[in-house]
Structures are given as C-alpha cells and as structure tokens.
Write a protein that binds this ligand. Sequence first.
Ligand code: HEC
Ligand SMILES: [Cu+2]
Length: 370
Amino acid sequence: MLTQSKHEENALNRAANQSRTPTLRKRLRWLTLLSFAASVVVIAGHVHPAVGNPAQVTNLLQPLSQPAQEIKELSLLVLAICAAIFLIVTGLLVYAIVRFRHRAGDEASEPPQIYGSNQIEMAWTVLPILIVFVLILVTSRTIADIQNRKAAPGAVHATIVGHQWWWEIRYPELGIVTANELHVPASDVSRRQPTFLKLQSADVAHSFWVPQLAGKTDVIPGRENSMWFEPTQPGTYLGNCAEYCGMQHARMLIRVVVQPPAEFERWVAEQKRVAAEELSAQAGRQVFFANTCVNCHTIRGTSAQGAFGPDLTHLMSRETLASGAAPNTREGLRAWVRDPQKLKVGCLMPNMQMTDTEVDQIVSYLQTLK
Ligand code: HEC
Ligand SMILES: [Cu+2]
C-alpha cells in the first residue's frame, strides 16, 4: 500500500517537473549562475580590502608580528584539513548522483535497499573523532604558546581602556597617558622584546584587534584581559574596535605606531613632559579654561584634570582626531571643536556652541600642545 502511494507521488512529481516550461527552467539556471558569480565577487573583495594602499593593509593573511603569524599558520592548516574533507564529501556525493542517476527503464523496480553496515558506521564515527583530535592538539599547542609568553624585565607595558568611542592608552610605568595611537618599540636582534597590553573597559564591551599584529581580544567591563605582540617592522598598523559597542563603533579606529627603539625612547621623553606654555595662545587658553572643556579633558601641568575624554597634553603628537574621525590639522580641529556631533554623530562630546572667534582661539591654543 505504502509503496503504491510512493509510486503515485513520484509520478505526480515527475509530471509537475515536466509541466515547468523550458523558459522557466532556463531562467532558474541563469539565476543560479548569477548568484554564484555574485558570491565569488563578494568573497574576493573581502580577501583584498585595501588593494592599492600597502600602508593601510589590515589583512590578517599578511601578518607582520607574532602571534599573528602563528595564528595565520594555524588557520591555514585548519582550512586545509576542512578543504580536504569538503572535497572528499562533495566528490563522493557527485559520484553517487552521476553513477546512480535515474535512467530510462528504471521505473519498474526500486534499487536494492540496504540497512545498516557496521564497517561504514565504524568508519564515520572513528574518522571524525581522529580529525577532531588532531584539530584540538594543533589548536591548543598554539593557544598555550601564546598564553605562556611572559614579560622579561624591560618590556613595555601599556593599559588600553576602551571607551565609547575612543581608546585611552596608559603606560603606568612611564607615567604617560595618550589616546587612540599606541606607540611601541620594534623588536630586533639586539632587543627581542614583545609589548604587553592590559585591556579594560570604561563602559560596554569592545574588542581590540589589529589583524597584522595579533588575534582579536575582547575588552570587557569589570574584567582585565591581556595580550602581547612583537612587531619587527617599523610602521603604522591599523585596527578597529571589533565588538559592536553602539552608535560610533565603526569610528573607533586603532593605530599602532611601531618605532625603532631609539625613536620610541625619544617619543617617551616628549610625552613625559607636562604641557608647553606658549604666550602666543593666551586668548585661546583663557577660552578653554573658561569653558567646561576642563571637566572632561586633562592637560598635565594645568588645572584641567577631567578624565571623561582623551588627555590633550600632547594632542598635536597624534595623526588623527577622535579615533580617526578627522585628520589632526587646523581644519580638522576647527571642524571638531565647532561641532563634534557633525563629524562623529552621537559621540560623547557635546556641541560647545562656540563663536567662530572662540573656535579659532581655542584651536590656536590646542595647536601649542605638541
Ligand atoms: C562632556 C565632556 C566633554 C566636554 C565638555 C568636552 N569634551 Fe572634548 N571630548 C570628549 C570626548 C568623550 C571625546 C572623544 C570623542 C570620541 O572620539 O568619540 C573628546 C574629544 C576631544 C578632542 C579630540 C581628542 C583626540 O585625541 O582625538 C579634542 C581636541 C577635544 N575633545 C577638545 C575639546 C574642547 C576644546 C572642549 C571645550 C570647548 C571640549 N573638548 C569639551 C568629551 C568632552
Ligand atoms: Cu566597538
């Protein structure tokens, strides 16, 4: 009875298929081809996000530091194993589809139905267990390698605090506070030394990721995570907050400036100084201190001790403003002070409603903070 109705169903299905007009079938084929081509384009676009601008590469397939290199090698190994599994499984599937396809004259009888085979069941239980075991071994070896790296005396330590939507950067041992642009010494033969980071959050969850240097590490409120990296090539490395943290998550860029050790020492010496006092910018200084700027910003060596926004003591030593929202030029500063909400909608610095003259004066003062 059951087989009878199955046959009827099959016959119905066949009839339904045949009733599809040839044009419809052609259209479906084109649609499949098109969507396949579209996915290839999308995937290829993601592999090379920064073509034509080698200085701005954020490609995790081009690591320039440990542990990013080790992570890349592990991912390629895992990818190779998975690709082999994919090829074998799809190969067998295609073979079965072609070899046992429906042929004219097959209608009369169903092929033999086989239930249960101990050999096959053993094979598909034991093989995956072995594969997973290999994956566990190689992965845990890499994780242990990364986690066991300990700081030697003389290593640079920095604490990164994620804020909505900027990064506070402290070097507790050096007495330096800056923002958004982390400076570290390059590691070379004379000084094989990674930089160690502690990651904290002032508000919500963020994630610190500079793909060419190290893996992604979450920045979680009420918890301190840590990471390290050891770049050998001086240059500027780009990253971005990698955990959605609100309105301006996309404009929470990170720059890591890797410098030859001597240059790094010079940068440290500059940053340690308190703010410069220049008589030429007295008018702007007065406007700054008469406004609530001082409640949110610190300028070391003055009465401005706010801690809600970035430390401005050496503002002009940074390349960008507000985590990459604008270049740190006179124009950029003017636009920012005039209305930060225009450059970075929803950011936590309010429009201070200043007149054009006041903006110009403040910007002249800010430009003395070298
Ligand atoms: C309510 C607190 C608050 C006040 C008041 C405030 N700011 Fe800010 N400011 C911030 C925050 C928060 C940021 C970071 C915004 C971001 O990147 O999302 C910021 C960023 C900046 C930056 C960019 C710093 C950098 O390193 O990129 C400058 C410059 C700046 N503020 C100047 C001023 C001036 C000048 C005033 C007064 C006219 C002022 N701020 C008033 C909170 C404040
Ligand atoms: Cu974020």
